[in-house]
Write a protein that binds this ligand. Structure first.
Ligand code: 5GP
Ligand code: ZN
Length: 137
């Protein structure tokens, strides 16, 4: 528990939330500022800041909960698609420093993430970055 963490307070019931389900290690509730109705957050009950900090057993519980809830919300709101989003650090859009997965039901014309501004890379670029990544495994 991080004493000033909003999500830790939600898990403890000190701040209200619309809980959807919980497991031994995970807690799921509706995002208070949804992209679309049914936008869910799945969080570890214990405080971890980013995905890098979450032990594998907790992560396994989280991702299995994400899978179950993604299917449930997809059916519940008759979504046309689902985004699972997990932001780490400010540059990636993380505002709450308690690791979490977003489950976002999507519709064709909802205006969210309508383009993915990829930049073409050649084989040499791809190999160079692949070598950097594998050097850290
Ligand atoms: P992030 O940008 O950190 O990935 O997303 C944080 C999410 O938490 C946002 O979508 C925001 O709407 C949601 N959020 C922030 N504070 C609260 C809260 O007190 N209750 C609930 N239910 N959601 C919150
Ligand atoms: Zn926390």
């Amino acid at each position: 528990m991080s004493s000033d963490c909003i999500f830790c307070k939600i898990v403890k019931g000190e701040i209200p939330s619309t809980k959807v389900m919980e497991t031994e290690k995970s807690y799921c509730f509706l995002d208070i500022n949804p992209i679309n109705p049914g936008h869910l957050l799945v969080i570890p009950k214990e405080h971890f800041t980013t995905i890098f900090d979450i032990p594998d057993d907790v992560l396994a519980d989280l991702i299995s909960t994400v899978k179950k809830l993604s299917e449930a919300v997809y059916k519940a709101v008759s979504a046309e698609g689902i985004n699972v989003v997990q932001n780490n650090y400010r540059a990636a859009g993380q505002l709450i420093d308690h690791a979490h997965f977003h489950i976002i039901p999507r519709f064709s014309n909802d205006g969210f993430l309508t383009s993915w501004p990829g930049k073409p890379a050649n084989a040499s670029d791809l190999n160079a970055v692949k070598d950097k990544i594998t050097s850290h495994l």
